[in-house]
Design a protein. Structure first.
Length: 242
């Protein structure tokens, strides 16, 4: 199979590595474009797997050439594709910016997010919340760091944890780096309601890529795997401090 172009919409931290996902240019009746989650044949994806020949760690909204070998659906992770990261390293072709970026997020919102949030028949969706809030916390003594978001979606689709003040974990590498920069070396806790969050981001256009974790304690946990704003925010990712 020839290499495919993948628009990366999730670059996330995991306990033992990273995870990534994005759109390929194949139409889908529910999501607009088809989601894929590149995975290795064996083992966990590592940062080096998503680093190009120039040493650039792939970022969200990069359009990347990947060699997708074969689908390997593992319900609810129906989007998994085994990918060759050894013989064909990722090649960054361009970055989605400006009006193209704005149109994509407006045009390809998921029409049935309840498939992910409620029914668990698939594991990835792109949404635009009606209301969103964020929390960051860093204990400098233990080094424990948390980034969480809560949100309310349009319509009747709800998720108890996402709608709570506590929210759900954010695994997006760049968002976590942004939170660390806002907390600074002193750490502590930062709670931002929607108005405060929009003010810090200098935008009110926030889109979220949501995903389900692998099975843990008998449950597939909802995660924010990508935080996207128009225009995009800036943050530097430190692989040693995710």
């Amino acid at each position: 199979m020839p290499p495919r172009e993948v628009l990366i919409l999730a670059m996330t931290e995991m306990l033992s590595g990273i995870c990534t996902a994005g759109f390929v240019n194949d139409p889908d009746p529910v999501t607009g474009l088809r989601w894929v989650r590149p995975v290795r044949e064996f083992g966990t994806l590592l940062p080096g797997d998503m680093t190009d020949a120039n040493g650039h760690l792939v970022q969200c909204c990069d359009v990347v050439e990947l060699r997708l070998l074969a689908p390997r659906p593992d319900p609810p992770h129906t989007e998994d594709w085994v990918t060759d990261f050894v013989h064909h390293r990722p090649r960054c072709l361009r970055c989605l910016q400006g009006q193209k970026r704005e149109r994509l997020f407006a045009d390809y919102l998921d029409s049935r997010p309840e498939d992910v949030l409620v029914h668990h028949t698939r594991s990835l969706c792109l949404v635009q919340p009606e209301r969103v809030w964020a929390r960051f916390a860093l204990d400098t003594y233990s080094g424990k760091y948390q980034a969480r978001m809560g949100f309310v979606l349009p319509g009747r689709v709800t998720h108890a944890r996402a709608n709570s003040q506590h929210g759900i974990p954010v695994t997006d590498l760049k968002w976590r780096a942004l939170g660390r920069s806002w907390l600074g070396s002193r750490g502590g806790r930062l709670d931002l309601d929607q108005d405060a969050l929009h003010k810090r981001l200098e935008t009110d256009k926030v889109y979220l890529a949501l995903g389900l974790s692998r099975n843990w304690k008998g449950e597939y946990w909802l995660l924010v795997v990508g935080v996207h704003t128009i225009p995009g925010y800036q943050a530097s990712i430190d692989i040693d401090s995710l």
